[in-house]
Write a protein that binds this ligand. Structure first.
Ligand code: UDP
Ligand code: MG
Length: 335
């Protein structure tokens, strides 16, 4: 960084059908960039003035079908700090974030949702820790905002399952709302897998991490883009992109069943030698066949899941396609 340049902070916002939130979001971001905040970290109170930083507001339009694109164009005309990457279709939040990281120019990047569920007041504290030398300052949700009981339960048990299965911790109640130093962004950009599970990737790249607590607000307007099915898909993505433990479990289960079957075989063999054989045992036979059949299908399904991933990755397709950058066509993926 040249000494006379202010550090540049990129606020990266993936947007999919967010017309109802964008104006408010822009107002919040604009206000934020002009304010000064007092950060109290219990030991000292530090004033952080946003005017000490240059800002880039980078929106990734992830194939929105509503007026998001036009709204962003209007905003961009009004404010040159805004940059807009438009993807050619909906690639999903994970890939939209990667596109954002590829185009972000900042010395640090803050990722936040367009629906204002991630409170901007937390960002100064993130900047405080960034200045102290942390490379990945992540927000940890204390409250989760309004969501269904089922979703909360499922998502918490998913985290604990994943934690038990993988060698690297994936932190519960931690989302994409975080500040990443340029180093961490560049490392994340090197991971080009198309089926991304970014929450796992943050942990994979490592670097000095720091937690900042916040209360997750309710969605400002519009409806969540994630339904139960999408969340289950994300969960499968999370497991299969991050750990091969399910394959090992199916090996172990297969081994246990085989050993039991072998013992049973010995027992049957000696029994037949001693007592002879009257043809009975249809129920037990059915049980064994059905049980083994089920086990095999399960194991095949698990293997299939991984092969599917290999299949997708070997095609070597880019994780996203850019239609325009700042409404100028002719941009392709930026690696
Ligand atoms: N999002 C996106 N592409 C998608 C789905 C969502 O870019 O395919 C964005 C969305 O616009 C928002 C963020 O990801 O800024 C989080 O989405 P949402 O609020 O729907 O998720 P939730 O808060 O319910 O987890
Ligand atoms: Mg949301």
């Amino acid at each position: 960084m040249e000494p006379d340049r202010k550090p540049l902070l990129t606020i990266l916002v993936p947007c999919h059908n967010e017309e109802a939130n964008l104006m408010n979001l822009y107002k919040v971001l604009d206000g934020f960039s002009r304010s000064s905040y007092a950060v109290d970290n219990k030991e000292e109170v530090v004033s952080i003035d946003m005017n000490e930083l240059d800002m880039e507001f980078l929106f990734v339009d992830d194939g929105s079908k509503d007026a998001t694109h036009q709204l962003l164009e209007t905003l961009r005309e009004r404010d040159s700090r805004i940059n807009v990457v438009s993807l050619s279709r909906n690639f999903g939040k994970e890939n939209a974030m990667l596109a954002g990281m590829d185009f972000a120019q900042g010395d640090a990047v803050v990722i936040m949702d367009a629906d204002l569920q991630d409170p901007i007041e937390v960002v100064p504290e993130m900047i405080y820790w960034w200045r102290k030398g942390y490379d990945d300052v992540y927000g940890k949700r204390i409250g989760r905002g309004k969501e269904s009981w089922l979703r909360r339960r499922l998502s918490l048990s998913f985290y604990s399952l994943l934690k038990r299965m993988s060698e690297i911790d994936i932190l519960p109640n931690v989302g994409d709302f975080r500040l990443l130093d340029r180093k961490a962004v560049d490392s994340l950009r090197k991971l080009r897998e198309t089926q991304r599970y970014t929450k796992g990737l943050y942990c994979w790249v490592g670097y000095k991490k720091k937690e900042v607590a916040f209360d997750r607000a309710d969605r400002l307007a519009g409806k969540s883009n994630f339904n139960l099915l999408k969340l289950i898909n994300l969960a499968v993505e999370g497991v299969t992109s991050y750990t091969t433990v399910p394959l090992r479990i199916s090996i172990i289960a297969g081994l246990i069943v085989s050993i039991l079957a072998f013992i049973y075989l010995l027992v049957m063999f000696t029994k037949t030698l001693i007592f002879g054989e009257k043809v009975t045992g249809y129920p037990s036979l059915m049980c064994v066949i059905l049980f083994l059949g089920g086990m095999q299908l399960l194991a095949l399904g698990i293997i299939g899941e991984y092969i599917g991933r290999i299949f997708n990755e070997t095609k070597g397709r880019p994780p996203y396609v850019v239609e325009s950058y700042n409404f100028k066509k002719g941009w392709s993926e930026r690696i």
